[in-house]
Design a binder for this molecule. Sequence first.
Ligand SMILES: C[S@@+](CC[C@H](N)C(=O)[O-])C[C@H]1O[C@@H](n2cnc3c(N)ncnc32)[C@H](O)[C@@H]1O
Length: 279
Amino acid sequence: MSFTVHSLLWLAIDKLKLAGVPEPQRDAWKLLAHVLNIGVDRIPLHLQKTISHIEEQKFENVVSRRANRVPVSYILGYRDFFEHRFAVTSDVLDPRPETEHLIIEALREDFAEVLDLGTGSGCIVISLLAQKSNAIGLGVDQSEAALEIAQKNAQDIGVAERCEFRVSNWFSNVPAVQFDLIVANPPYIHPNVMGALSPEVLHEPKCALTDHLDGLSAYRKIAMSAKKFLKPGGRLIFEIGFDQGVAVSDILSRYFFEDILVIQDFDQRDRLAFCRQNS
Ligand SMILES: C[S@@+](CC[C@H](N)C(=O)[O-])C[C@H]1O[C@@H](n2cnc3c(N)ncnc32)[C@H](O)[C@@H]1O
């Protein structure tokens, strides 16, 4: 017996609700649109129709994955971030909308050379280069698998010729040059709170989330070496956890950076730490 799209959606929504998925209706529609290869806005035109057996099976399969709390972006294979669509897999952090604040802040001043530490999907450095057509960038990550995704994104978004990617443990494999801008969204979650995070987060690479120490070790390591890699007056911008503003400012002041600022997001939560190399 074939179900209409309407009935399939209701069954899916019930299954997602039972699994505790926070927005079951939105996700069921997105997943169905993905399987039918249509925009979500076209679904109402299909509600009374039936779909092929293969499409039905595919839908069942993606709904089951979502019920197992796999993030929607990993199922769809992409995430829209800032102005572009980025390929994502479980090898990279699912780019967060909060990280767009870092892009907005970085774009307030001009830059010619940018370094992105812990680039993951490449969403930060690629978004920046897409806005600044004369700039060049280097994205580094300890994960080779992540860098393959970042490279693909740079190609798809048209900045590959201006962007290099390298395996590196923070600065270990960064050439001895100076950048106008260094950005990083490092793993900053304290290991003690990992257990309280949503089940979706468990599908993301652990090394992208936590440093397994106190959530601040990456800031210390980066701040310790960043001055050598910044031009005079160059900027260092970190994404930080909402409760890390004071601690990260303190780290930056220990290394004599100037103009140290903590910047809040639209929810008035500390989100970025900013500083400058002395001029
Ligand atoms: C929070 S994710 C950020 C990914 C991406 N920049 C974003 O904002 O979506 C942190 C990234 O840092 C990388 N990473 C963790 N430790 C590292 C290290 N010691 N050296 C280089 N990269 C590291 C992880 O592999 C991960 O891709």
